[in-house]
Every structure is written in C-alpha cells, then in structure tokens.
Design a protein around this ligand. Structure first.
Ligand SMILES: [Zn+2]
Length: 95
C-alpha cells in the first residue's frame, strides 16, 4: 500500500471548505428537516438532537456535546483513522 501524505493546507481545506452537510450525505447518514432545521442522526448516540453550523462548518450533537468537522465526521461514522478519513474525502470530493 502506497503511503500518501497530505499538506496542512489540504487538511485545512477539507475541514473548512467541504460543506459538512455534503459530508453527511456522502456518508449516507440519515438526515431530516424539522421545523426548518437540518438534523442528522448522530453517529455516536443515534439521536437527532443535532445541528449544523454553516459558518463554522461544524456538525454538533447536543446530547453528546460533540462537534464534528468533516474529518471527524468521517472518522466517527466509518470508524476510520485520520489518514483514512482524509483519503476518503479526497477520493469522494472535488474541491
Ligand atoms: Zn450524539
């Protein structure tokens, strides 16, 4: 297996510029709109007490008190390593 290296700029781009709701869709995480709010099924607790923040590009679970950036979300949903998550995003997203 070839080792791949990622620059800090690339990691930062993934965190900040890959829309978190796109990542949620890509991971086939169940999502719904309730009272005009986008909610997703938390990959940790499975509940929908969640929200996404467009300006910070973070997804939050209020029950777990956890924020997820795009890389965190992939790591948690796929139970993958940091590098695997970055590779997944690179392979699935056209920045
Ligand atoms: Zn949760």
């Amino acid at each position: 297996m070839t080792k791949r290296y990622f620059s800090d700029d690339f990691i930062r781009m993934l965190r900040n510029h890959v829309p978190i709701d796109t990542v949620i869709a890509l991971l086939n995480i169940e999502a719904r709109i309730a009272h005009n709010l986008f909610r997703f099924r938390c990959p940790l607790c499975g509940k929908f007490h969640t929200a996404v923040e467009q300006n910070t590009n973070l997804a939050r679970c209020f029950d777990c008190k956890q924020n997820f950036n795009p890389i965190d979300m992939v790591m948690t949903a796929m139970n993958s390593s940091f590098i695997e998550a970055v590779q997944f995003l690179e392979d699935n997203i056209n920045p």
